[in-house]
Write a protein that binds this ligand. Structure first.
Ligand SMILES: Cc1ncc(COP(=O)(O)O)c(C=O)c1O
Length: 369
């Protein structure tokens, strides 16, 4: 099976991990800060906190910003559940912004119409690795005094108007995930980057039981929290992977070019675009079928032929947990239409050109026959 995404691990990565396994600290040692510094420096920002997942990273930045019951946060329905469910866990209400059909990102023109007295936060998700139009998000946020978080779990290595995603030029914080299908991996893992020392400190506490260390054996628990710590084993892998990130992104961009060349002219599907303000890092390669009635059949056929396609995403408010909160189908028509047509094709640095050819050939024989 050719998967839709997978990690790329080389000998250097293996040696970095083995070295930690032989050292004194396999967790809570020096590699964690070293990884955080490397990430912050790559993105050109002051602080980074690494977590055991992108999900826990989202939880802690929401918590650090004070998101709570009675607050609303605006985000897209075309995302992974964690973007939304971590806010719901804190008692806040998600408000869904419909999307642009050509990028899959939230349509920033709609933001102002969704703001109420309760709105605290806008969470922009850089779908598939294409940055949201962040300067416009920031303008709206400044006008209404809102916080902005970038869920950049898809978008490490991308740029917005020449600013690295993670630089927090137009946000209070940026979240990454290091799951194996993402741009770099730590097995499981995530991080939040920020320019704010205050948010940085709060997130360090949130990561470790709400704990503040005192003298000798003493410590104080300032608020109940979780163990969201990442290990040195994971961070050693992260440091080694980060060295290869630019190369990974270049390779993804090359594969995207090839797909565009081979699929761009077909009437039976449409491709997403790269806007002039974006340097796309292609976590995913989504296509949209012209005939949405054929999506399931095409998906099943590709899977049966060894092409591990995926669908990103079922609109979040279609899930039972959201239905129970009173959300109904029909809320964001463009997002629903997008979901009904979408299929993600294989996209990862180790994907061979012959494999890409095979994906294209099998897809074409199904939809262009
Ligand atoms: C947009 C988005 N947000 C958050 C997450 C959560 O990250 P993790 O799987 O590392 O917990 C993911 C992961 O798939 C994601 O795609």
């Amino acid at each position: 099976m050719i998967p839709y995404g997978r990690q790329y691990i080389d000998q250097e990565d293996i040696e970095a991990v083995v070295e930690v396994l032989r050292s004194d600290y396999i967790t809570q040692g020096p590699r964690i800060e070293a990884f955080e510094r490397a990430l912050a420096s790559y993105c050109g920002v002051d602080y980074a906190v690494a977590f055991n997942s992108g999900t826990s990273a989202l939880y802690c930045i929401y918590k650090a910003l004070g998101l709570k019951e009675g607050d609303e946060f605006i985000t897209t329905p075309i995302t992974f559940t964690a973007t939304v469910s971590m806010g719901v866990m804190l008692g806040a209400k998600p408000v869904f912004c419909d999307i642009e059909p050509d990028t899959g990102n939230m349509d920033v023109n709609l933001l102002e119409s969704l703001i109420t007295e309760r709105t605290k936060l806008i969470v922009s998700v850089h779908y598939a690795g294409h940055p949201v139009d962040m300067e416009r998000v920031w303008q709206v946020a400044e006008k209404y005094g809102l916080y902005v978080v970038e869920d950049a779990c898809h978008a490490l290595g991308s740029d917005y108007k020449g600013h690295k995603t993670g630089s927090c030029k137009y946000s209070h914080a940026t979240v990454f995930s290091f799951h194996p299908v993402k741009h770099i991996t730590t097995g499981e893992g995530g991080a939040v980057l920020t320019k704010s020392y205050e948010l940085y400190e709060k997130m360090l506490r949130c990561r470790n039981h709400g704990m503040v260390r005192g003298e000798d054996w003493e410590y104080a628990i300032e608020f109940p929290s979780f163990n969201f710590r990442i290990t040195d084993i994971q961070c050693a892998l992260g440091i080694s992977q980060l060295k290869k990130l630019n190369h990974f992104v270049q390779r993804r961009r090359h594969l995207a070019e090839l797909y565009k060349e081979k699929l761009g002219a077909l009437e039976s599907l449409s491709l997403l675009v790269e806007k002039p303000y974006a340097y796309h890092s292609y976590h995913l390669y989504p296509i949209k079928l012209t005939d949405k009635e054929r999506r399931r059949e095409v998906f099943k056929n590709l899977r049966a032929q060894g092409i591990g396609v995926q669908v990103h995403y079922i609109p979040i408010y279609w899930h039972p947990f959201m239905e129970k909160l009173g959300y109904k189908k029909g809320l964001c028509p463009t997002a629903e239409d997008f979901y009904q047509r979408e299929i993600s094709l294989p996209m990862y640095p180790a994907l061979k050109e012959e494999e890409l050819e095979l994906v294209v050939k099998r897809l074409r024989s199904l939809i262009d026959g």
